[in-house]
Design a protein around this ligand. Structure first.
Ligand code: AP5
Length: 217
């Protein structure tokens, strides 16, 4: 069971590629962004704190996100895990290594989705997702076939995220460079880093990700 991390700045395509892997390979997506969005809608004190941090584009504390992953990572799953948006700090990366070891698992690859910062504003401000099944769309590059209706599940519950603004994106990108990009060196030194050109079309990016998963080494 390959366990992989998808690494990349906001809008690189982590969620889009994770969804493909879930559909095509029955992998299990663990997205801390999705877990936190669920927590914020719970109406708890923790949810209110999380909402404030996310809307500004900051990072939620390591303790909270490590706790969320710990709850889900109790043992191996058929198909393997996709860590989407986690880890995002060196502390989270160490914690993930410990959690995998403790549950008898290993990491197969950390896949970096490489993009130019210049494309991110357009990707983020044009994004909408299905609130029912999580399918990811874009106003111009991947619109739904019927306006307002999810292609995947037929729901009309299509949403835009509160942090998908140009202002919040600047903060999110800065957080990425300050706190998350050191993970590229971290996984390179462990021999686990694989880069994929994520400026390509979605299908081509998926093919490159598949190549990493299917490699023999
Ligand atoms: P999170 O939900 O993880 O957001 P993110 O990392 O900012 O990434 P995004 O979901 O914005 O982008 P993506 O790479 O998934 O791109 P997508 O596939 O949607 O985190 C949100 C917040 O939660 C954080 O800011 C933080 O506050 C908190 N948080 C989460 N995890 C945390 C952690 N571990 N620690 C602390 N805090 C945490 O694609 C974007 C758009 O582009 C879509 O419209 C898509 O259709 C389009 N697109 C995708 N690929 C292509 C392509 N190849 N060509 C053209 N268009 C494309």
């Amino acid at each position: 069971m390959p366990n992989i991390i998808l690494l990349g700045p906001p809008g690189a395509g982590k969620g889009t590629q994770a969804k493909r892997l879930v559909d095509e390979r029955q992998m299990v997506q663990l997205s801390t962004g999705d877990m936190l969005r669920e927590a914020r809608s719970s109406g708890t004190e923790m949810g209110r704190v999380v909402a404030d941090v996310m809307d500004r584009g900051g990072l939620v504390t390591d303790e909270i996100v490590i706790g969320l992953i710990e709850e889900k990572l109790t043992g191996p799953v058929q198909g393997g895990f996709i860590f989407d948006g986690f880890p995002r700090t060196l502390k989270q990366a160490d914690a993930l290594g410990d959690l995998l070891a403790r549950t008898g698992q290993t990491l197969s690859a950390a896949i970096e989705l490489q993009v130019d910062d210049a494309v991110l504003v357009a990707r983020i401000t044009g994004r909408y997702t299905c609130g029912t099944c999580g399918e990811v769309y874009h106003d111009t590059t991947r619109p739904t076939a019927r306006v307002g209706v999810c292609d995947a599940c037929g729901s009309t519950n299509l949403k835009r995220r509160a942090d998908d603004t140009e202002d919040a994106l600047k903060t999110r990108l800065m957080e990425y460079y300050k706190k998350t990009s050191p993970l590229l060196g971290y996984y390179y030194c462990k021999g686990q880093l694989h880069a994929v050109d994520a400026l390509d079309e979605i299908d081509q990016v998926a093919a490159a990700v598949a190549k990493v998963l299917d490699r023999r080494d």
